[in-house]
Design a protein around this ligand. Structure first.
Ligand SMILES: Nc1ncnc2c1ncn2[C@@H]1O[C@H](COP(=O)(O)OP(=O)(O)OP(=O)(O)O)[C@@H](O)[C@H]1O
Ligand SMILES: [Mg+2]
Length: 346
């Protein structure tokens, strides 16, 4: 694995063609065409989307080394897959080369990226269980230049058990990634809603953990277990592992509950929480059924804009640049610093 922004490897141009054509298709719109002066909220949103997509050409700073981010939370349905695919697409639209590894037997990330993942397709199962090179299972994502996916098939459901008897069962994904020779800026790993061997493989393979937290009651429940697992993996298997990013998802600004949850999360986690939060958006939930990310399905929607901003924030933080929060969609109150993330979390 290596990261080299100037290297044009064999995967450099999997989907040739101008980016503007591929992302602005004939799709249904949450947004209307922007009025000339753009002084309505929708007009501003559309304008921002265009600008954000326009910025993609310039690109964001690329990390010096490939950033491997593990998207994990053992609570189900909090937005792990949605966050993985939309952040990955956003980063790619910002000019980065990004690989999504679908580590969930449900294969939702593969579906959302429009990647074929029926039982016969070479998949991450073959990589983990049969030591097949990662390169042989990676597919380019249609419509988004620079975005790739290692799909999951239903076979992966058996992997938790099959892995138990294999040599180096916790580090098989790490080895596969280390021998992946293509240049990449980011690898995002979509974990299943459990803390089994698949998630452990992801935690051993990555340096950063990204935890999506849904702005609902019980949001923090169970997180303590995840944080303890991160500590265990760091102590025994992967010293560089740390929780780098918390993202608030499905934020509904109309409810007091959402802002209370956001405030609580920010007071527990402090600076790790992105200033951008992801609003609840019908467009975000519709996009996967078209095999698309919200970035291609409705580029001007609030969901698309917020993922673009979150990606921007992640990219800037990664190279130590202060994020300018003017565009951030923020949930809740200001950030407090915390000494101990797990403190007070069950
Ligand atoms: N911001 C959002 N607005 C509206 N719906 C959303 C949003 N984010 C996610 N969803 C919807 O919520 C559901 C759960 O999201 P998702 O599949 O990303 O969660 P998950 O954590 O990956 O779930 P699992 O634990 O099953 O893997 C999906 O139907 C998704 O479309
Ligand atoms: Mg999922």
């Amino acid at each position: 694995m290596r990261s080299d922004a100037n290297l044009a490897g064999p995967l450099a141009d999997p989907v040739p063609g101008p980016r503007s054509e591929s992302v602005v298709g004939d799709v249904s719109r949450e947004t209307s065409p922007a009025p000339a002066d753009n002084d309505t909220p929708i007009g501003r949103a559309a304008q921002l989307a265009v600008e954000a997509l326009g910025r993609a050409g310039e690109g964001l700073p690329r990390p010096a080394q490939t950033r491997v981010m593990v998207v994990a939370n053992q609570k189900g349905g909090v937005g792990k897959t949605t966050t993985t695919v939309n952040l990955a697409a956003s980063l790619a639209l910002h000019g980065a080369r990004v690989l999504v590894i679908d580590l969930d037997p449900q294969g939702n990330a593969s579906t959302a990226l429009g990647i074929d993942h029926h039982a016969e397709v070479p998949s991450i199962y073959d990589v983990l269980v049969d030591s097949r090179p990662l390169l042989e299972v990676v597919q380019p994502v249609p419509d988004v230049e620079g975005l790739f996916c290692a799909p999951a098939t239903i076979d992966l459901a058996g992997a938790e058990i099959e892995l138990v008897s294999l040599v180096a069962r916790e580090s098989r994904l790490q080895r596969a990634i280390q021998s992946y020779e293509q240049p990449l800026d980011y690898i995002l790993i979509d974990c299943p809603p459990s803390l089994g061997l698949l998630t452990v493989n992801a935690l051993v393979a990555g340096a950063e953990v990204l935890i999506p937290i849904q702005c609902e009651y019980y949001a923090l429940e169970g997180l303590g277990q995840l944080l303890r697992n991160v500590d265990l993996v760091r102590a025994h298997l992967n010293p560089s592992l740390h929780v780098s990013t918390i993202l608030l998802t499905m934020y509904d600004g109309r409810t007091r509950l959402a802002s209370q949850v956001a405030e609580e999360v920010r007071s527990h986690f402090g600076d790790e929480v992105l200033r951008t939060s992801i609003p609840r958006s019908v467009r975000i939930s519709e996009a996967p059924s078209y095999g698309q990310t919200v970035l291609t399905y409705d580029p001007g929607s609030s969901g698309s804009l917020s993922y673009l901003e979150a990606a921007r924030e992640i990219a800037l933080r990664g190279v130590g640049i202060q994020y300018d929060a003017r565009n951030a969609h923020r949930g809740g109150a200001g950030m407090n610093s915390t000494q101990n993330m797990a403190e007070g979390i069950q």
